[in-house]
Design a protein around this ligand. Structure first.
Ligand code: TXA
Ligand code: MG
Length: 328
């Protein structure tokens, strides 16, 4: 059931979570499927509802940086704790997830048996109110079935997960629209594990150094070949090499356009990410536009590329993964 996220609904959601239930929760990036992070049974249910492989760990949400010690073992970082402090001071609450040595209190199912935990403070008043009401960290992956489109509206959660989620708090459309940027601070050098809602460039500014990419958990050699596709609509998606041409397309093909679409084209449907090429607007609209095109039962979606800088890096990452569906 979708409920407007007023204080009564937030109190009911906290009660549900306390009993080991699941709640759909708005964040500034995408909607999350939340469970009490200290309740292993409730977290196991997340994997079940999402049909998510248990080797794909969850992100833990906390209300403030002062909660970090409840989920992470900062002592194990030694001098690198200084880096955590600088990033947290600058970017939390916000779309930055840090991978840190885990505290013993976090059940191993949350971290898929790794000795690290992914943690962030979401910049959304409803998520923060819910965390405050529960006074416990929340494990919350995106509230979609594994490999499918991420939800940026409460309706998307119900569309994807149906009745298996008893309560979805409606906090309106997500402002950022792509998942958080994940930075691994557990190794000797910081690594970018997933481009996302916080541009790599602004993190590099704070680090005073380049932020090289690391290998995301799902691409580590656990289950080779199995997971090329992600964030994918049901409709096959093709990532175009350049902007769609005049007279391109077909009536049963949809166009995901960045910038103004060509004047004369044969596409059956067009969704425009941002008419004037604004990457922040494009990120915020990405999944909603894909959900709409996916609902039209088209034969294919053609996606125009966006510049791979700033938020464009996260958008291109999602489009490439969506295009990988069905590929070997
Ligand atoms: O914006 C977001 O991050 C959203 C909202 C709900 O907060 N959440 C989200 O969760 O995107 P999810 O489950 O879709 O992404 C979790 C990803 C995993 O696939 C993995 O790549 C990474 O976070 N992750 C989690 N724990 C990790 C760990 N211990 N080490 C490395 N990567 C980890
Ligand atoms: Mg996800």
């Amino acid at each position: 059931m979708i409920r407007a996220a007023d204080s009564a609904a937030i109190a009911d959601a906290a009660a549900l979570l306390r009993q080991g239930g699941l709640v759909g929760m708005p964040t500034e990036t995408v909607y999350g499927l939340a469970a009490d992070a200290f309740n292993a049974g409730a977290c196991a249910r997340i994997f079940e509802v999402k049909a998510r492989p248990t080797f794909d760990p969850l992100i833990v949400h906390i209300a403030a940086a002062s909660w970090l010690e409840r989920v992470a073992n900062l002592d194990a970082l030694g001098a690198r704790v200084d880096l955590v402090e600088r990033l947290v001071a600058r970017f939390w609450p916000g779309p930055l997830t840090l991978v840190l040595p885990k505290a013993a209190a976090v059940p191993s199912i949350v971290c898929s048996g790794l000795d690290t935990v992914a943690v962030r403070v979401p910049a959304h008043p409803v998520a923060l109110a819910l965390l405050g009401a529960l006074d416990r960290p929340l494990a919350a992956p995106s509230a979609n079935r594994f490999g499918e489109l991420s939800p940026t509206k409460a309706q998307h959660v119900v569309l994807g997960l149906g009745a298996s989620v008893p309560l979805v708090l409606d906090g309106g459309p997500c402002g950022v629209g792509v998942e958080s940027t994940i930075v691994d601070l557990s190794g000797p050098e910081p690594r970018l594990l997933r481009p996302g809602g916080l541009p790599r460039e602004v993190i590099e500014e704070v680090l005073g150094a380049r932020l090289p990419s690391g290998q995301p958990v799902l691409e580590r050699p656990l289950a080779p070949g199995q997971l090329a596709s992600h964030y994918a609509p049901g409709t096959p998606l093709r990532l175009l090499a350049k902007a769609a041409a005049v007279d391109a397309g077909a009536w049963n093909v949809g166009l995901l356009s960045f910038g103004a679409p060509p004047d004369h084209h044969h596409y059956g449907a067009v969704e425009q990410l941002s008419e004037d090429g604004n990457l922040a607007e494009a990120a915020a609209r990405l999944f909603d536009c894909l959900h709409r095109l996916d609902g039209l039962r088209l034969e294919r979606i053609d996606a125009e590329p966006v510049p791979a800088l700033g938020l464009g890096l996260a958008i291109m990452d999602r489009l490439q993964k969506a295009a990988a569906k069905g590929q070997p």
